[in-house]
Each structure stands twice: as C-alpha cells, then as structure tokens.
Design a protein around this ligand. Structure first.
Ligand code: AMX
Length: 466
C-alpha cells in the first residue's frame, strides 16, 4: 500500500500547512465494494474539496518560470497540467498512483499463478487510487464483458474505408463511429448539472474501453485475415479476449497481451496522446471525440508509431546484415541512420533520462520466454550499442531505449507479425489511462485549456530592449 501511504502523507502535510483546514486525500481506507462506480462516487467529493483547498491556499504560488526556449521548444519542462493517474520521474520512470511497474507486477491480481497483472486491476487503481483485490478485478472484468459488443454499423463503417487505410486511421474512425452512443453528449444536450459530468463520462469510459478489444480485433481480422471475425469468449478477461478475438488462443500470447496492455496505459499527462485527449475533453467534447484525438496523436512516428518503425528498422538490419551481425556492423548501421537525417526509433524520450522501465519489464519477459530468439538477440545487441552512439552525438538528451524499442519483437515471436497494427495495440491500452483521467478531469471540474501564445515579434520586442 505504498502509493496510498504516500497520498496519506501528502494529505497530512497539506493539513499541517493549512492550519485548521484539513485536506482530505480521498484515498483513506480501502473499499471492499466490488462496484467500481460506487467506490469512485465516494471518493469524488473528497477530492473536489481537496482541490478547492489547494487552489485557495496555493493558487497564487509559483511553480517554475517559463523561458523563451520552453515557449519555442514544445513546452518542454513547463509544469502546466493536473494529471492524477500517474507521474513520470525522469530517472525512475513511471509510477501509477505511486506504484512502479515491478511493484504492480507483484501486487495486482493475475489470471494465472505468478502471471502478469490484469489491466483491469490497473484500471481500478488508476480510477480509485486503491489497489483492488481479486473480487474487485473480477467484477470489473465482468462489467467490461457485459458492455463489450460492437454495434454492426461500426464494422460497416470500417469496411467502407479504402482497403489501404492504415489500421490506426481505422481505429480512430471506429472510435468516432461509436460516438453516437455517447452518454455524456446525450446528457449534456438535456442540460446535465456540471457537478454530475463525471457520471456519464464514466459510463462512456467503461463502454468505450469495453468495446476496444472487439474494435481492434475487427480491424485486425478485416485487414489481415479476410474479415473472418471471432466471437469474444465469456470466460476470458479483457486483454486475453483481445488476443483471442485476434486469433491467438494460447496462454503465453494472452499473458503477453496482459502485460502489454498494462504497461502502455498511462505516462502522465504531457505526452501527445494523453495531452490531446485531455485538451479535446476540456472543451467538453465527449470521451469518443477526445480519445479519437489522442489516437491521432499516438499515430505519429515520434510517439506511438515508433513501435512499428522499430520493427521495420530491425528487419532492414536483418535483411542487410543477417541474423547475427557483429557489434561493429550494427554500429555502422546506427551511424548511417543518423547521418541520413533520421532518428533511431525506440530510443530517446522527452522526459525520461534512463532505460524505460516499460522496456525493462519486456526484456525480463523475453529473457523468461524467448531467450534464444534471434530478433530478441538483435534487440539486445542494439541495447549494447545504441546508447553510447547517441551520447556521442552530443545532442540527444536521453540515449536509452523507450517502451517501443522492445514491444514489436515480443509480438512477432508470438505470431502477431503485422507491424502496421502495433500502434493499435498501444492505443487500446492507452485508453485506460487517458479515460480514467478524463473521469477525474470532469469530476474535479477542470476548465477548458487555453494557454497563451506569442509571435516572434513579441519575443524580440520584449527582450531586445527596443
Ligand atoms: N535518434 C536520433 N536523434 C535523436 C533521437 C534518436 N532516437 N532522440 C533525440 N534525438 C535528437 C532530436 O531529434 C534532436 O535533434 P535536433 O536538435 O537536430 O532537432 C536532439 O536529439 C534533441 O532531442 P531530445 O531533446 O533528446 O529529444 P526530444 O524531447 O526532442 O524528442 C523523442 C523525444 C522521443 C521524440 C526523440 O527522442 C525521438 O525522436 N526518438 C525516436 C522516436 C521514438 O522512439 N519515439 C517514441 C517515444 C516514446 C513514445 O512516445 N512512444
């Protein structure tokens, strides 16, 4: 219960600073109820009071200055978002509600003894700040299953698209095709009180996340398997059903999918997919609109598409140098990539300054299940070679691998060979993080985003002394 202990600590620290006005962190006590929505409903008023007290007491305090470099440089280093579900430490990596990935692998319920965590467990944690027990995870799994069916018109929409349409374009369009089902949009039209926004956003979040395995697997089966769809298995959990509906029935692939779907959920609020979802949601666009916007950002090669790029790149290495290239050959290949003005995909990060723990846990999985796979060996060889080369360039701030440097090789090993599809799998997972935050964004009444922009003229006039 470390994360919760941490939050408790923050609560008491804040109350001390505020004198008689205690700030309640809302995560005190562990709920035994298996009904996620009622656990959440209990916590929301406390968190609303907490935010009000923070605004009142600290609203005028400064959290760091903004330099011209920050304004021009994609807002790097500016703290400008509230994001409750996870926090990224540059050296340590991601923590979900205070818990690291290895801690979650130990503490979250799994489908098989000593197995990988179930993403439903992480979803419960992200939404409530509480580590769930087995019964709570089972109840959430069942709730998602009950909402999972995809309306027929969605597949008809997908099929009407040009056959060359990238799976990510189809995925985003499929999410938009579901938008007429939005409970939030309907409630807003009827004039819902803003204190109640979180409730229909929660319903949309549950419905949309529940349907993503069916949507993603429909795209997969349409594009690569002749449109022969597979029904969901009522005995399987959310991630295993995704693998199952794609056509992968063996337990090890389903375990990989559970791990994959857990680790890609959330990476605090400033990354492109999270921020795009948050920004669009701040206009009170419903979760279908806002998550689709997040997916469009995830589709960029500097963000989620990097997992596809990594694999294409590894294949080029293998085609040119064979299965077992020497270190020197790999070094030359990396330098050639850099000299041609391209990035080394899967390496670098805007915030992280160490090997991504999401890379590290996939490496552990590979060492356990596929230690002798030639592609895994190649990935390991790159891990030995790339960081020092990127350091040598003198400009790359983080020479270490990120999550995307590893995932493709694991998927390949289990027969999911279509790399154009990989970012869809990333997107399915990302929904859990960004939509859990969307529930809290509406519960906390966060306002429409509207940062100030300036022209070059303004900067020159301000600082040139003219
Ligand atoms: N290969 C080559 N050059 C790189 C590099 C890499 N992997 N990572 C950074 N650089 C370069 C930048 O392009 C930039 O060059 P420039 O000054 O000539 O424009 C310079 O190093 C400084 O960049 P930075 O501050 O270290 O990184 P950033 O915050 O601007 O960008 C990121 C971060 C992830 C976009 C970048 O590292 C990159 O392009 N990596 C490869 C693509 C990738 O793996 N993306 C996935 C990231 C994780 C995710 O979102 N899924």
């Amino acid at each position: 219960m470390r994360g919760i202990g941490k939050l408790r600590g923050l609560g008491s620290l804040l109350s001390k600073n505020l004198g008689e006005q205690p700030i309640i962190d809302g995560t005190r006590g562990i709920s035994n109820s298996t009904d996620l929505k009622s656990v959440l409903a209990e916590k929301i008023p406390q968190q609303q009071e907490r935010l009000k007290a923070i605004k009142k007491s600290y609203g005028s305090k400064q959290m760091g200055g903004v330099s011209v470099d920050m304004v021009i440089g994609g807002m790097r280093g500016i703290t400008g978002l509230l994001w409750e579900t996870s926090l990224l430490d540059p050296d340590e990596g991601i923590r979900f509600r205070g818990y690291s990935i290895p801690e979650l692998q130990e503490k979250l319920p799994s489908a098989i003894p000593d197995g990988e965590p179930l993403p439903e467990g992480l979803m419960w944690l992200l939404l409530t700040g509480e580590l769930p027990n087995k019964e709570q995870v089972a109840a959430l799994s069942a709730d998602l299953r009950s909402r999972a069916a995809l309306p027929d018109h969605v597949n008809a929409t997908l099929k009407a698209m040009h056959p060359n349409t990238h799976p990510m374009t189809q995925f985003s369009a499929g999410v938009l095709a579901l938008q007429p089902e939005s409970t939030f949009a309907a409630a807003y039209e009827k004039g819902i009180n803003k204190m109640q926004y979180w409730d229909p956003v929660y319903e949309d979040t549950m419905n949309l996340i529940a349907k993503l395995p069916a949507l993603a697997s429909t795209i997969y089966r349409n594009v690569y398997k002749g449109g022969d769809l597979i029904e969901a298995d009522p005995n399987l959990d959310w991630a295993a059903n995704l693998a199952h509906q794609m056509g992968f029935q063996d337990q090890e692939t389903q375990e990989l999918m559970r791990l994959y779907q857990t680790i890609h959920t959330d990476h605090e609020g400033g990354n492109v997919s999270a921020h795009a979802t948050h920004l669009v949601g701040s206009a009170l666009s419903d979760p279908y609109f806002s998550f689709s916007a997040g997916l469009n950002g995830l589709a960029g090669p500097l963000h989620g598409l990097a997992n596809q790029e990594v694999l294409s790149w590894l294949f080029r290495v293998r085609d040119e140098l064979g299965d077992t290239p020497s270190k020197d050959q790999v070094k030359d290949f990396v330098w050639a990539t850099l000299k041609s003005g391209r990035v080394v995909p899967g390496y670098g990060h805007a915030v992280l300054r160490k090997t991504d723990p999401r890379y590290a846990c996939q490496r552990v999985f590979a060492m356990k299940h596929l230690p002798d796979d030639p592609m895994f060996r190649l990935v390991s060889l790159f891990y030995e070679v790339v960081p020092s080369i990127l350091q040598e360039t003198g400009k790359v701030k983080n020479p270490w691998p990120n999550v995307d440097a590893h995932s493709g090789v694991l998927l390949q090993y289990y027969g999911i060979k279509e790399q154009n599809f990989y970012t869809v799998l990333f997107g399915v997972s990302r929904a859990i993080g960004v939509l859990s935050q969307a529930v809290w964004s509406r519960a906390l009444g966060l306002p429409i985003e509207r940062p100030k922009s300036v022209t070059m003229d303004v900067i020159e006039k301000k600082f040139s002394g003219t």
